[in-house]
Design a binder for this molecule. Structure first.
Ligand code: MG
Length: 250
């Protein structure tokens, strides 16, 4: 019996090529019947926007849902109830109101809709050129106030400020340990900057889909290659190619 934990980003990783997604779903459904396979979707989307996606695309029901760039974990994706233990980890050294007040001074930062703001994430849209100039200043301003945060810029538009204890990678590590999977039996898949945390938190297998964004391609160039596989195929086709490469699927 094979066992593995599949952790995948949604937009432009699992989702983006419907025919390839249908093929991957078939493989996973067949394998899930006999083997110990768990599936986690890890997305920048809120649960609200995840649910909207499930109305547009045919997605298998995951064993857990990591939303809002790792700042909300749902062990039952059908219930609007986040994992309290994870919330507790995120709440340490986090002051959302102060972050909102400090960032209000920057006109380049356009707040994302309310549905994408969570208790443990403050999110904006900003152009790449403005982000390059503003991110170092923002880091200094937050640090000067004693705030311990992470700033993640992704897909040339999304700027997320997260608690230091929270991102996609740390949320994955929390669930992997909870469920008792080894890093070598864990495979993470992504396409953009906010997935770098997935690839770098621990020595899991990684699949970068063929349509990956420049920031993730650049990260890949700077890494040791054996753990990570850069697929030729795009989206779900790249995931399937990677799962075969690592012999998780035949
Ligand atoms: Mg993506």
């Amino acid at each position: 019996m094979s066992q593995f934990l599949l952790v995948t980003d949604l937009d432009n990783t699992l989702v983006g090529d419907r025919a390839a997604l249908a093929t991957l779903n078939q493989h996973l459904t067949a394998q899930r019947q006999n083997d110990n396979i768990k599936i986690i979707y890890s997305t920048g989307r809120s649960r609200f926007l995840y649910q909207r996606l499930t109305q547009e695309e045919t997605l298998l029901c995951p064993d857990a849902l990591i939303c809002s760039v790792g700042t909300a974990i749902y062990l039952n994706p059908d219930e609007d109830k986040t994992d309290a233990e994870w919330d507790n980890k995120l709440s340490q050294n986090w002051d959302r109101e102060l972050i909102v007040a400090l960032t209000a001074h920057y006109s380049d930062l356009m707040p994302q809709p309310d549905s994408e703001q969570t208790d443990y994430k403050v999110s904006f849209c900003i152009s790449p050129s403005a982000a390059k100039e503003l991110i170092p200043r923002l880091k200094n301003v937050l640090a000067e106030k004693g705030l311990k945060t992470k700033i993640i810029y992704s897909a040339d538009k999304d700027l997320d400020i997260l608690p230091e204890n929270g991102d996609k990678g740390l949320a994955l590590q929390y669930l992997r340990e909870k469920w008792g999977f080894e890093p070598e039996n864990t495979v993470v898949c992504g396409d953009s900057g906010n997935d770098i945390a997935l690839f770098s938190v621990e020595p899991c297998r990684g699949v970068i889909v063929g349509n990956a964004k420049p920031e993730l391609r650049q990260w890949y160039q700077e890494q040791e290659r054996d753990r990570c596989y850069f697929a030729q195929d795009f989206c779900a086709g790249g995931i399937l190619e990677g799962l075969k490469h690592f012999s998780f699927l035949t």
